[in-house]
Design a protein around this ligand. Sequence first.
Ligand code: GLN
Length: 529
Amino acid sequence: MKYIFVTGGVMSGLGKGITTASVGRILKNRGMKVTAVKIDPYLNIDAGTMNPAQHGEVFVLSDGSEVDLDLGNYERFLDIDLSASHNITTGKVYREVIEKERRGDYLGDTVQIIPHITDEIRAWIARAAAEPDTGGQVAEVCLVEVGGTVGDIESMPFLEAVRQMRGELPPEDTVLIHVTLVPEDTMGDMKTKPTQHSVKALREAGLYPDMIVGRSGHPLSPNTKRKIAAFCDVAQGAVISNTTVPDIYQVPAELEKEGLADAVVDHLYLPRREVSADWYNTVLREFTSRVTVAIVSKYGIEDVYLSIKEALKHAGRATATEVKILWLDAERFEPGQVADVDGILVPGGFGRRGIEGKIEAIRLARQGGVPFLGLCLGFQLAVVEYSRNVLGWTDACSEEIGEGRHVIAILPEQGDVDGLGGTMRLGDYRVDLGEGTRVRALYGTSGIVERHRHRYEVTPQEIPALVEAGVVFSGTCGDRMEVMELKDHPFFLATQFHPEFRSRPAKPSPPFVGFVRACREKRQAEQVI
Ligand code: GLN
């Protein structure tokens, strides 16, 4: 097993996750088997209980674990399925060590950060790296991204674990890539001092980077590269420029041009294999038209809906359609805001805030023949909207929202769950798709597996009346309603599951493809008129 460690300097939010995923993609384009581990130095066991407005989307894996959004980037760039063990947090590591201590596994030792916590981290990394993928294959290369910024107190034990691994393994088995910011001053001159300081902090932790990736608005000049190489003690060819590009799927190609691939491959003594361009040709296909999709949600923060944004992009490439997103705040929703859009999407969410705006947007989509895609909460609210405005149950609502006729109710098994962490209906469940339905045509199969994250469902007793009134529940999991669609509408589809989590650039999610195609058709029809 070869390890590529990735650390970050200067500040967070640099695109370290995209850089890590892109390095993986570059190797994958050379036919290598790659996996990835994300280290999050926070104390939470997982991302499930964290506010997405603070920390970004909670990504859900097939096994039902709620993880950092970077795992979504890894799955999308590498086209692999990861598991809970690929996201290591301080909380998970300490819990493990404390449980061992309580069992008496340490035989009277004083339990300490070094060696007990660092040993646990190392064992965890090795275990996750060796875990076979769903096809039973074990990776040759494992990327390990250390979250946070070098110098943070909470990442110290992880950096120490990396240091120990680097010390014990042969030099050709590990490479350390440090991702840092190279800002420009008011005159447009590139400044290397922040990078120098962050490398100094890294060295204090006993880590010496092999390569430095500089994030910047413009390509690093030869002079800047020379300076970084000299001050940070790396070869000049090992200073890589990573400029902001319009589409994240261009990043691997950019890094490739900078020579990062050959540098990594040579450092790890891997053979220089043929590079395939297939992935780029698919994921960066040219656009022939453009649509605007309104996303009506509680948070105006794009990172909260990262997977939806990406899934729209994937579907857009597949249909040669550039998708422009109009982010609308559900609390201040006005019908005029969606007058010119080609589609409306209501994503997942929790709680009461902005609910009425979302329901109003769904009504406009349904009555105006505007393509609509509802996801999770968006599915539940589509049922509420239909109950209110078609069945005339004016007090219809979800049990999560308030009083009234509960057409959406708590899942029976959720009645007595203890605590909030990892207790929802999570991860993969099989969904059967009804014959002759839109969703079945989109997936091209009668049974699918999709990822879930919810506590509420369509109230079983209300289903017959809804169906009688025209709702088509075209996807089900046992007695549970999973997909709703409407006939006599260009495209009205909503899912209890989250199809966005399985969307990959070269394997777009069918509901998203159907939605974007319908948006494109609407736009083209209007242009003809
Ligand atoms: N709040 C809703 C539920 O728990 C929807 C969840 C979601 O959109 N992820 O069922």
